[in-house]
Design a protein. Structure first.
Ligand SMILES: NC(=O)c1ccc[n+]([C@@H]2O[C@H](COP(=O)([O-])OP(=O)(O)OC[C@H]3O[C@@H](n4cnc5c(N)ncnc54)[C@H](OP(=O)(O)O)[C@@H]3O)[C@@H](O)[C@H]2O)c1
Length: 329
């Protein structure tokens, strides 16, 4: 198949391209940077420059590529400064998930492509009541925290638009394994605390496993939504100390809910205490997918062992200084 990958140069795209090439697919991969385009070429893809927010440019690029399938992996999550306002942090990604998805789907229609796979997200989206692990059929959160409503709506838009067009939306877990993973520094600096009882559940996925499921989804007839997550959804109080250990960091701090709300906002409190995880049963059953890293327990170690500095615990006065800086910024 000729596969057009929008966002081929990103964390998931660069894992996906070689897996597609290995299976004999021809890949046309997008990037807006000449340097990343060269990297895509080295991975075996034919690079094209594309801004997904340029609708006529998207149509032109897809018409020229004449693909059999389209994959949408474009987000704008590199070098983020997480603020208390989740929607502001995700504003550009939300546009890529709404306008970008619509532009790609329109281009797909124009070339008669109905094989379409797009990136969505599993964790923190379903209703915060009942079971702690949810399937694709469980209701989405009807009342997300105020500062996360636009981001939730953008993901909902993507899933509805893609499945209405006969495509597949993959609700990935939280990615790990990228060198630019935005969690690494806060966890290393002990700036990512366990909030309240740390009961909020996250579902994780190693980037190589996410890419493998995407390859399988391309061979599957839509429409459909699949959780692409590992076998062990887990509360923050379990996974965060393991991640800290894998990164060679000291143990995470604990914040009461009120303090976390003050410094990090309501979305962080909800994620840390109420969020639900996701089940991968459907992806295993219908896509025939098996994660190589069934649990983040082994996956974190495999992904980060080469990056962990020699173990050290910082002196208490330095921690106090960091806390002062955090609270004053
Ligand atoms: N499920 C998850 O947990 C999840 C999901 C996504 C990302 N992340 C994390 O976020 C971090 C950053 O992700 P990333 O390295 O993939 O970077 P990113 O900035 O999110 O970029 C992802 C891809 O989207 C493309 N893109 C961005 N804006 C675009 C636009 N306007 N038009 C077309 N393409 C556009 C980028 O291409 P260009 O070369 O053109 O910039 C890149 O290929 C990583 O640590 C990653 O693991 C996590």
């Amino acid at each position: 198949m000729r596969v057009f990958v929008a966002g081929a140069s990103g964390a998931i795209g660069t894992r996906l391209v070689p897996q597609l090439v290995d299976r004999g697919h021809e890949v046309i991969g997008t990037s807006r940077s000449a340097e990343k385009a060269e990297h895509l070429r080295a991975l075996g893809a034919e690079p094209v420059a594309l801004d997904l927010l340029d609708r006529s440019g998207v149509r032109r690029a897809v018409l020229e590529a004449a693909p059999d399938a389209i994959v949408h992996q474009a987000t704008a999550l590199a070098d983020l400064n997480f603020s208390r306002n989740f929607d502001r942090t995700f504003a550009m990604t939300n546009r890529l998930r709404t306008e970008g998805t619509d532009a790609l789907l329109a281009a797909a229609r124009a070339v008669g492509v109905d094989r379409f796979v797009a990136q969505s997200f599993a964790s923190f989206r379903t209703a915060r009541e009942g079971a702690w692990v949810k399937s694709e059929d469980d209701p989405l959160d009807p009342a997300p925290p105020a500062k996360a409503r636009e981001s939730n709506a953008a993901m909902r838009h993507l899933e509805e638009a893609v499945t209405n067009a006969g495509g597949i939306a993959l609700r990935y877990g939280v990615f790990y394994g990228a060198a630019n993973d935005g969690l690494i520094e806060p966890v290393r600096k002990r700036q990512y605390p366990i909030v309240g009882d740390g009961g909020g559940v996250a579902s994780w996925i190693h980037l190589d496993d996410a890419a493998a499921a995407t390859v399988l989804a391309l061979g599957h007839d839509g429409p459909g939504i699949f959780n692409v997550v590992d076998d062990e959804p887990a509360p923050v109080r379990e996974w965060l100390p393991v991640l800290a250990e894998a990164l060679g960091a000291g143990p995470p701090r604990r914040f009461p809910r009120w303090l976390a709300r003050l410094f990090a906002g309501e979305v962080a409190v909800v994620m840390g205490t109420e969020a639900r995880g996701a089940s991968n049963a459907k992806a295993k059953r219908e896509l025939g997918w098996q994660p190589r890293y069934p649990s983040w327990r082994d996956g974190f170690v495999a992904a980060y062992k080469s990056t962990a500095p020699a173990k050290r615990h910082r002196a208490e006065p330095r921690l106090k200084e960091e806390t002062r800086r955090e609270t004053s910024s």
